[in-house]
Write a protein that binds this ligand. Structure first.
Ligand code: AMP
Length: 399
């Protein structure tokens, strides 16, 4: 069996998986791990392999110590990347700017190009680079591949990519819609033609990636024509803790009259807003529990979330003209029956009709949840970004 090691390096955590790139989307990875609380006095490394979970508490001052320690634990289990047949290392990189549309074999020059994009993703790209540098040192003989969250949306039509702000200022500051969650939108939309038994080039579809972060895309013949996240992942749908689209004038108001600094506003809109900002919780299981207890704030948060989601779905229906499929994916999209029902309720006149029983029936793989007479077919398609990165890294390393 040949595997890929997939690394998703954040500022204070590193997630990784050793995955069979030919596996089913719902299959458990061969091994997975999480290094947490990097740079804090206490750290934790969790490894899952062969049905067992191994937790080690130890200080993890930096990414190097964390990944080295994690690899040692994997080695002690006989599951280390140099012990099993790993053919490529795939790195999730958040921002590829206008530079990268496809996965890239990593060399020193590519690392520098990702570094040049730090102003566009000041929280994410530095952490991604840390992961790349540490992994290249630990596993120098393997090909390392960068897979970009923005890549799928690199060639959005200008009418959806360009913001109507002063063109000179926008160009100088690289301001445009980049879109995120691209690996997931590509992975999910790529499965839909087979589900419809239609050639990929003729499918018009909407993908709703509803997790803690959330984004939608409109895809025509395999190419995205619009997406809800923007220059940053703050835009678009209401999310777990992010506000999604708001009047940009609110930011001036908070700075001028609310006495808040730019950093405070950034923190407010990214971490203390969205469903959490309205209800106190960001997990939809907690939100529904509160709604069942007649909590008005939770009910309002859910209504605002659904309203914004429907607004975006409606605009993509117009942009596409004919919609062959709508797919729900990620934590909320795959699991929350009510969100799927309410997002598409009352749209039978547009040929969209969810079957309540199919909507409630769970299964591991992709499944149809619309009625047989729904002209737009509605699916739940589990996403698996790690598997998608593993597939891309393996394919590129083979070339
Ligand atoms: P993700 O970012 O894709 O991992 O999604 C995480 C989110 O999915 C959580 O914050 C929950 O809101 C949601 N979620 C996960 N499991 C369930 C579930 N069984 N029912 C409803 N929502 C869920």
């Amino acid at each position: 069996m040949t595997y890929a090691l997939v690394i998703n390096s954040g500022s204070s955590s590193v997630k990784f998986q050793i995955v069979d790139p030919t596996a089913d989307a719902a299959a458990e990875p061969f091994a997975s791990g999480l290094v947490e609380q990097i740079g804090e006095p206490s750290g934790r490394i969790t490894i899952k392999h062969a049905g067992d979970k191994h937790v080690v508490q130890q200080p993890v001052p930096n990414h190097t110590v964390g990944l080295e320690a994690a690899m040692k634990i994997l080695d002690s289990l006989g599951a280390g990347p140099t012990q099993v047949d790993v053919s490529a290392v795939g790195h999730r990189v958040v921002h590829g700017g206008m530079v990268f549309s496809h996965p890239e074999l990593i060399n020193d020059q590519v690392v520098e190009m990702i570094r040049d994009l730090i102003p566009l993703a000041p929280l994410h790209n530095p952490a991604n680079i840390d992961g790349i540098e540490v992994a290249r040192k630990l596993l120098p003989d393997l090909p390392h591949v960068a897979v970009f969250d923005t890549g799928f949306f690199r060639d959005l039509p200008p009418s959806s990519a360009i913001y109507a702000i002063n063109a000179e200022v926008a160009t100088e500051n690289q301001i445009r819609r980049y879109g995120f969650h691209g690996t997931s939108h590509e992975f999910v939309s790529g499965q839909v033609p087979a589900l419809l038994d239609m050639p990929a080039g003729s499918v018009n579809q909407i993908v709703l990636h509803l997790g803690n972060g959330a984004s939608a895309s409109a895809v025509r013949g395999g190419d995205p024509i619009d997406t809800s996240m923007g220059m940053t992942p703050l835009a678009g749908l209401v999310m777990g803790t992010r506000c999604g689209d708001i009047d940009p004038g609110i930011i001036f108001h908070l700075a001028r009259n609310g006495g808040m600094s730019i950093d405070e506003i950034d923190n407010l809109l990214n971490r203390k807003s969205g469903v959490k900002g309205l209800s106190g919780v960001n997990d939809f299981r907690d939100l529904h529990r509160l709604i069942d207890e007649d909590n008005d704030d939770a009910a309002l948060a859910y209504d605002v979330y659904i309203h914004q989601l429907r607004r975006v779905i409606g605009s993509y229906m117009i942009a596409l003209g004919r919609v062959d499929a709508i797919s729900f994916t990620a934590g909320v999209g795959e699991n929350d029956v009510a969100t799927r029902r309410d997002a598409l309720a009352g749209l039978q006149h547009y040929g969209i009709k969810i079957d309540p029983e199919r909507n409630e029936t769970r299964s591991d793989g992709a499944r149809l949840i619309s009625t047989d007479d729904s002209t737009t077919r509605v699916f739940v398609v589990p996403t698996n970004e790690e598997l998608a990165i593993a597939q891309k890294a393996t394919a590129l390393a083979k070339q």
